[in-house]
Design a binder for this molecule. Structure first.
Ligand code: URA
Length: 235
């Protein structure tokens, strides 16, 4: 692919802006500065560098973020910073969006992509993608609450009881809850429906993809083919 087009595809601005980047010796290909914006490169396994930052060639951009508290997932955040502000500008220029949403005060694994079809498939409630949450509760959990969550609880505006795919007491005030829908405030509402209250909420996994222990709050990383497989195999 032509270098100028490659840079544009990866969110580095208009063709003219990308050409200028190259001509100003700010772009390297596989470690070597290239000043010809029209040079052609095979894209397989290509790593390009802009201002010293490495970028892998990606047909589409899909990544995971360890969402910190205090960020909104909505397209037009109103009361807090938007979660996309944690990402570098070229990714925003590619049009990445969160796959589903976490509340402003929820932390943990959030997937983000510019692949509209993937976003649609993974966020569709019909696909029943399991999401695993750790909820810190106000009151100590008991077996009756777990039984109710597994049997199904009735939530406002829902015609049928909503059943947890998994519920276990990790510590007296720590619940691991697996849900296959993505309803508004679902964990908080389900926990409230069994007479308890969520004080803190963290998502530890989506499908079989577990938030890596070394990915700090606010950090992101590309989703590898294995990571993506770990998500989609559970659909
Ligand atoms: N359920 C909630 O209540 N909040 C979230 O952020 C995610 C699931």
């Amino acid at each position: 692919m032509q270098l100028e087009r490659l840079l544009q595809k990866h969110g580095f601005g208009t063709r003219k802006a990308c050409r200028a980047l190259v001509r100003h010796e700010r772009v390297a290909i596989n470690g070597e500065i290239c000043v010809n914006p029209f040079a052609e490169f095979p894209t397989d396994g290509l790593i390009f560098t802009v201002d010293g930052v490495d970028w892998p060639y990606c047909e589409s951009a899909t990544l995971m973020l360890n969402k910190p508290a205090g960020y909104e997932c909505s397209r037009k955040p109103q009361h807090h910073l938007g979660v996309l502000e944690l990402l570098p500008v070229p990714l925003l220029e590619r049009g990445v969006q969160p796959i589903g949403r976490l509340d402003e005060d929820t932390t943990g694994l959030l997937l983000i992509t510019d692949d509209g079809q993937l976003n649609h498939v993974l966020s569709s409630g019909k696909r029943k993608l399991p999401k695993v949450y750790l909820a810190t509760t106000k009151h100590a959990l008991d077996a009756a609450q777990i039984e109710q969550l597994l049997a199904g609880v009735l939530l406002n505006d829902e015609p049928e009881p909503i059943v947890a795919a998994g519920a276990e007491i990790v510590e007296p005030n720590l619940l691991r809850l697996t849900l296959t829908e993505g309803k508004y405030h679902q964990v908080k509402r389900m926990v409230a429906a069994v007479g308890n209250r969520v004080e803190a909420l963290h998502r530890e996994a989506v499908g079989s993809l577990v938030l890596p222990a070394d990915l700090k709050p606010g950090e992101w990383r590309w989703l590898s083919a294995v990571d993506l497989e770990n998500v989609v195999k559970t659909l």
